[in-house]
Ligand binder design. Structure first.
Ligand code: 5GP
Ligand code: ZN
Length: 110
């Protein structure tokens, strides 16, 4: 997708600190971390909103959550973590490619 920063990261056109990658997702460090560990888990397929889910995308997001649960220890999140998906303007979504924030590495203020 043109002008999508996460598509460019996925394509390797923009550097990122990747910590995990497979054929359908990539996980890299947020450039402006809001916790000791702040990762972005990004399905490679470009779409912006949960309202754009279809059965295939819902299954992709499900597999993404499954993977996060499986590799949480390798990501440094064994003591717990927060999962955040910002959607739209009021949530402050700035990148319009669906992504899951993973925050942890320390006790998080609510
Ligand atoms: P949103 O506000 O859309 O939920 O989250 C977008 C996140 O992407 C922000 O936390 C922001 O710091 C991060 N971000 C924006 N541009 C880049 C970039 O070029 N590289 C990385 N690693 N993170 C980025
Ligand atoms: Zn994209």
């Amino acid at each position: 997708m043109e002008n999508c920063i996460f598509c460019k990261i996925i394509a390797g056109e923009i550097p990122s600190a990747k910590v995990y990658e497979d054929d359908e997702i990539v996980i890299f460090k947020d450039i402006e971390p809001k916790a000791k560990i702040h990762l972005l888990c990004v399905p490679k397929e470009h779409f912006a909103y949960l309202s754009e889910l279809n059965e295939a995308r819902a299954a992709l997001v499900g597999r993404t959550l499954l993977k996060i649960g499986k590799i949480k220890d390798d990501l440094g999140l064994s003591e717990g973590y927060r999962v955040v998906v910002n959607q739209g303007e009021n949530a402050g979504q700035t990148v319009h490619h669906l992504h899951i924030h993973l925050l942890g590495g320390e006790p998080l203020p609510w």
